[in-house]
Write a protein that binds this ligand. Structure first.
Ligand SMILES: Cc1cc2nc3c(=O)[nH]c(=O)nc-3n(C[C@H](O)[C@H](O)[C@H](O)COP(=O)(O)OP(=O)(O)OC[C@H]3O[C@@H](n4cnc5c(N)ncnc54)[C@H](O)[C@@H]3O)c2cc1C
Length: 472
């Protein structure tokens, strides 16, 4: 007997009837579509999916799950790498339909529904020549991104997504709806700025926005990464980043061109180094400032230029289709010396899948100006965030791809403090150990906050921090 059969049919029907949104059950036609998430490695079968449209729906879903002892997970954009938004046999609170964006252009404040994707947010803010710092792929959810930090092309100028969060509406485990702001429940605002989905379901985020665009200078240049060239390209990126102005937020990716119609045949299987990023200022200044990344040899392919900000934000979209097999891990790097660079090159030149990359995200400017304990987010001291992305097609290649990325992370540990960026967490297989390292000096305060707002750890399908009382 499954869970939905154990809960009496009329009780389930009553719950469904009280929702303004809808309750999807395994026998419904829409169930298969509703349980699908971005990562094809994840295949979970929840007992029910509550597609909520209001905060009241969310309250009802939380109360129902609690009263019936159901596991609960929360789906924002469904792009969590570890697939935390789906569970087996429990209830999923699906916020996809709560995707409204309200921009106050005078106050430069934006109210964003808890299930909104970055593309929807960027399009709405750009109507007013504004932007909230987000990430670099438009189908990603603003919720998971912000609650875990939020690295993007505006970070060094305006901070992480979580640094721009100034308020929220949160439904707690007790089913209470709280208004969080810089003057109300300020402890909770601190926790939402990078502390994961530990404290409740955010039905609305309130962000500070900044004037950006409508056109920006984008660098998106693929250079030759064969042999020693990859090492030189990483060294250039390291040295360039050390003195780059705050306006520049970039990443570099080391990979290999796939045999794919999107790329000319002559580059197929050639190792590359991609410099990608935005200059958040006058495009003509950006052209000059980004020149060193453009003129490192003649790019094999170059999509750089002055572009609408919205287009710059979509450059990676096609590279991450739903349903491919993905395993991403990260490390906060304290140094990028010769040995570290050699290790990256070794792994980039031996990746089993042509869709994989090893990425370096420079951390500087506004990200570093926020104090280590001013928000729950940890990792600002790092020089670079290393993101390892294993992306492949066939299940038969799972073992080789997982081993490749785990090898990279293991071998790069000596160049890090052991903490990682929790939005690139693999399958979170290290459990508590990963959380303790990655929340660093903020872990203790998070555990106390968890005890205050969620003492029974009802919200546990996340970057989980145990309540203080349960810590051994
Ligand atoms: C293709 C791709 C590109 C990415 N690019 C970037 C990038 O440029 N920069 C970057 O920093 N990260 C990036 N990431 C990582 C991304 O930030 C995380 O995967 C994040 O978890 C995605 O959020 P989501 O809402 O889509 O996730 P979901 O899978 O929907 O949710 C993940 C978790 O977040 C919590 N959560 C979600 N919604 C809510 C809510 N409303 N209230 C409370 N808790 C909630 C829950 O704990 C949930 O389990 C990328 C990921 C992918 C797959």
């Amino acid at each position: 007997m499954n869970l939905t059969q154990e809960i009496q049919r009329d009780v389930l029907q009553m719950f469904a009837d009280t929702l303004q949104g809808r309750l999807i059950l395994p026998h419904d036609d829409s169930y298969e579509e509703a349980r699908k998430i971005w990562n094809g490695m994840i295949d979970r079968q929840p007992a029910m999916i509550a597609q909520c449209v209001t905060s009241k729906d969310v309250v009802k879903a939380i109360n129902f799950a609690r009263d019936h002892h159901l596991k609960l997970s929360v789906r924002g954009g469904g792009h969590n790498v570890a697939g935390l938004s789906m569970n087996d046999g429990g209830l999923v609170v699906d916020l996809q339909l709560m995707n409204q964006v309200l921009v106050d252009p005078e106050a430069r404040i934006v109210r964003v529904g808890g299930g909104t994707t970055l593309g929807v947010l960027d399009a709405a803010t750009q109507e007013y020549g504004l932007a909230v710092p987000t990430g670099v792929v438009s189908a990603t959810g603003i919720a998971g991104l912000t609650l875990g930090g939020g690295y993007g092309f505006l970070r060094n100028k305006y901070g992480l997504s979580c640094d721009n969060l100034i308020g929220a509406t949160v439904v707690t485990a007790a089913g209470e709806t709280l208004t969080v702001s810089e003057t109300e429940h300020v402890d909770l605002l601190w926790g939402l700025r990078g502390g994961g989905g530990n404290f409740g379901i955010v039905t609305e985020f309130v962000f500070r926005a900044h004037p950006v665009g409508p056109e920006v200078m984008l660098v998106f240049a693929f250079h030759d990464g064969r042999g020693e060239k990859m090492k030189k390209a990483i060294e250039l990126y390291r040295d360039f980043s050390a003195t780059a102005p705050d306006e520049i937020s970039t990443l570099m990716a080391c990979g290999r061109f796939p045999e794919d119609e999107h790329f000319p045949e002559e580059v197929h299987n050639v190792p590359f180094v991609l410099y990608a990023g935005v200059y958040a200022g006058a495009p003509e200044d950006g052209q000059k400032a980004l020149e060193p990344l453009l003129s490192f040899g003649t790019p094999l392919l170059d999509f750089s230029g002055v572009k609408p900000y919205v287009e710059a934000q979509q450059m990676f979209d096609e590279d991450y289709p739903n349903g491919l097999r993905y395993y991403w891990k990260s490390l906060n790097l304290t140094e990028l010396d010769d040995a570290a660079v050699d290790t990256i090159v070794k792994y980039a030149h031996s990746q089993p899948s042509p869709f994989s990359t090893i990425d370096l995200w420079h951390i500087g400017g506004a990200v570093k100006r926020v104090g280590a304990d001013d928000s729950a987010f940890f990792g600002r001291d790092a020089a670079f965030m290393l993101g390892g992305e294993a992306n492949w097609v066939d299940a038969a290649d799972d073992v080789a791809n997982l081993a490749w990325l785990r090898g990279l992370i293991e071998d790069m540990k000596p160049f890090s403090d052991g903490s990682s960026y929790l939005n690139f967490p693999g399958f979170q297989e290290e459990g508590d150990e990963m959380m303790i390292r990655s929340f660093g000096s903020n872990y203790g305060r998070l555990a106390k906050l968890k005890e205050k707002y969620d003492p029974e750890n009802f919200f546990s399908s996340n970057q989980n921090v145990k309540p203080q009382k349960d810590r051994s």
